[in-house]
Design a protein around this ligand. Sequence first.
Ligand code: ATP
Length: 449
Amino acid sequence: MPNHPDIMDKLVSLAKRRGFIFQSSEIYGGTGSVWDYGPLGIELKRNLQERWWQEMVRSRENVEGLDSAILMHPRVWEASGHVSGFVDPMVDCKNCKKRFRADDPKIKGTPGTPDGQCPACGMKGTLGAPRQFNLMFKTFMGPVEDSASIIYLRPETAQGTYVNFLNVQQATRQKVPFGIAQIGKAFRNEITPGNFIFRTREFEQMEMQFFVEPGTDMEWFEYWKAERMRWHRSLGLMENRLQFHQHGEDELAHYARAAFDVQFDFGGSLGFQEIEGIHNRGDFDLSQHQKFSSKKLEYFDQGTNKRFTPFVVETAAGPNRILLAVLVNGYREESVAGEDEGRVVLGLQPALAPIKAGVFPLVKKDGMPEMAKKIAQDLRPSFPVFYDDSGAIGRRYRRQDEIGTPFCITVDGESAAANTVTVRERDTLQQERVSTDSLREYLLKRLTA
Ligand code: ATP
């Protein structure tokens, strides 16, 4: 029995209806496993990314930021091992032409033999033997489409960091140990994408490479493991939905000295899945790039007069997957005392919520809309607010609950004379009367609490 129910279908529909996430090129029937972020989705994604950047870069004196290009020299991917090793074994069905990962648990029998059964069309003996499929997207640079102009869309941001290791170190005069962090797009031609935005072909990564002296790497690895789990908890992800998964010998990359995933329980049959990986990569990456580029990527420690190739501890997270975790974690349906209709609530942390406050006139007369519009306008430079005067007040509250808005401000019959409004809190449903003059400070305080 799964620990938590499967709410993915409900989320997909809510996300579309309310403008969090749309299928890419939907009017043409959609692009396979690529998604667009709507007005609310982009706010939520930005809030997550800014939270990460603040935590990993701005608040640390030993981590620098970087934004390297998606297109890189093709030799980078030979050095990194992606050209030869970034492959998944794949099988094709000769009958229905569908493709599967060879380790897909839905496949019965052995692919490539008469008893191998296609999980899509059900035919036996139509699955070919597994063959290696490279997950990198390939295209051509410049006007000539020949093998000399092949270029890849990066499948991870990390390599852009490794090749810039000395540029950043020399420009900033950082001393090892120090880190380089970046947020950017990555592309993988996944064979079996799916589960909404969990596994897509275009996604983003928030990766940090921490360069350390060999011998100190396991200490740093433990440090970053703890730091990253702390960060996920700080987003409000429930304690019982988070766990570490240690990579066993069979899962570890050949060069990796240790690897742990932070896993989140997405509910239903998906269950616990990786949202971030913490890896001790040794000196594999810098050594490979030294070998393939013939350029030194060593560090000279002036204190000890030692020259060495640093080891790397990597923290690799995906904002799209974390965004999905935040939605799953926050979604709840509940009944409201004294009301027939229940409500759907996205219990997002106020700091992450796309809209911070709804502003409503109780009724559309007696100067209430004008006063409410003025309040919304005054608050807008400080944080995103949404003015709404259509429909019953209860409806308007529900609409904000469903998108995670933590506060709703209502201008009512007393407001004009007393210069006050009511502020309703999403989770407790409690209302407080607040002076209009101190409203901004009141909300700012509660938004960061
Ligand atoms: P998986 O085993 O799920 O394919 P991975 O171990 O290959 O992931 P990494 O290369 O460590 O993933 O990437 C770091 C993070 O990037 C992952 O923890 C995840 O959050 C995100 N990520 C990786 N692949 C995808 C994808 N196809 N779609 C969305 N996010 C992804």
